[in-house]
Write a protein that binds this ligand. Structure first.
Ligand code: Z5A
Ligand code: MG
Length: 216
């Protein structure tokens, strides 16, 4: 990836689809090739906002649905300038979960005043990914990777709605351009090779078109 700016690549998908595993592998592969790469994840539980989110996810505190949604978004805005700076300076940024998670997990709560469109508004203006790798895994395959954990959203019915909402979000004109669906029910190594190819194609397109960093 020799373009004038770094790429912004995000990993999305359901619980246990292998996002963190593949994110780390891609970061390592690109670094081994001599790339400058920054690895981020959301929620970023290390900031004051992230600590509130962590306490919410672990069930230590309650939060009103709209409030926690806006905090998840604020947690991305806290890093927006840093993401932009890295990209402009030629560093590729690879992120484990981003705005798509922000929208679908909140919309899955079925709160009457929080549909997908409402959930997307606070994301507008954030750096827009060049590529969103959606790791797609059936609930049966996911179940083979171990039971649900103890965090708030790790429940079968909510996860099923999240999967449908990811599909719906993939129809949005901008998201549709950015998302590449990856069949995540394969071996770690197969996935790793496939993902690297997709990233390389996307990188070449970026080099050809020399695009400015876009915004959500
Ligand atoms: N959330 C939100 O509501 N709003 C937001 O804005 C954001 C997030 C950003 C915590 O996220 C919750 O926050 C999440 C969404 C919500 N709630 N849920 N559910 P998180 O990112 O911190 O969640 P996590 O704890 O990292 O879990 P995860 O991301 O769902 O897992 P994963 O990263 O996709 O999977 P993994 O850790 O790479 O792998 C899972 C297991 O499968 C592990 O044992 C691996 O060794 C194994 N594995 C991985 N790949 C394979 C393959 N290919 N074959 C077989 N086994 C595999
Ligand atoms: Mg993970």
């Amino acid at each position: 990836m020799k373009g004038t700016r770094g790429m912004l690549v995000v990993f999305e998908g359901l619980d246990r689809s292998g996002k963190s595993t593949q994110c780390e592998k891609l970061v390592q592969t690109l670094r081994n090739e001599g790339e400058r790469v920054e690895h981020m994840r959301f929620p970023n539980r290390t900031t004051p906002v992230g600590q509130i989110i962590n306490n919410y996810l672990t069930g230590e505190i309650q939060q009103e649905d709209h409030v926690i949604h806006l905090l998840f978004s604020a947690n991305r805005w806290e890093s927006a300038q840093a993401i932009e700076n890295h990209i402009k300076s030629g560093t590729t940024v690879i992120i484990d979960r981003y705005s798509y998670s922000g929208c679908v997990y909140s919309a899955a709560k079925q709160n009457k005043t929080m549909d997908l469109a409402w959930c997307r508004h606070p994301e507008e203006g954030l750096p827009r990914p060049d590529l969103c790798l959606f790791l797609d895994l059936s609930s049966e395959e996911a179940a083979k990777r171990g039971g649900f954990g103890t965090e708030r959203y790790e429940k079968q019915d909510l996860q099923a709605r999240v999967r449908d909402l990811y599909a719906e979000m993939g129809q949005h004109p901008e998201e549709r351009e950015d998302i590449v669906v990856i069949n995540a029910g394969r071996s770690i190594e197969e996935l790793q090779r496939d993902i690297l190819k997709v990233v390389q194609v996307s990188s070449r397109q970026l080099d050809t078109h020399g695009r400015e960093l876009r915004r959500m």
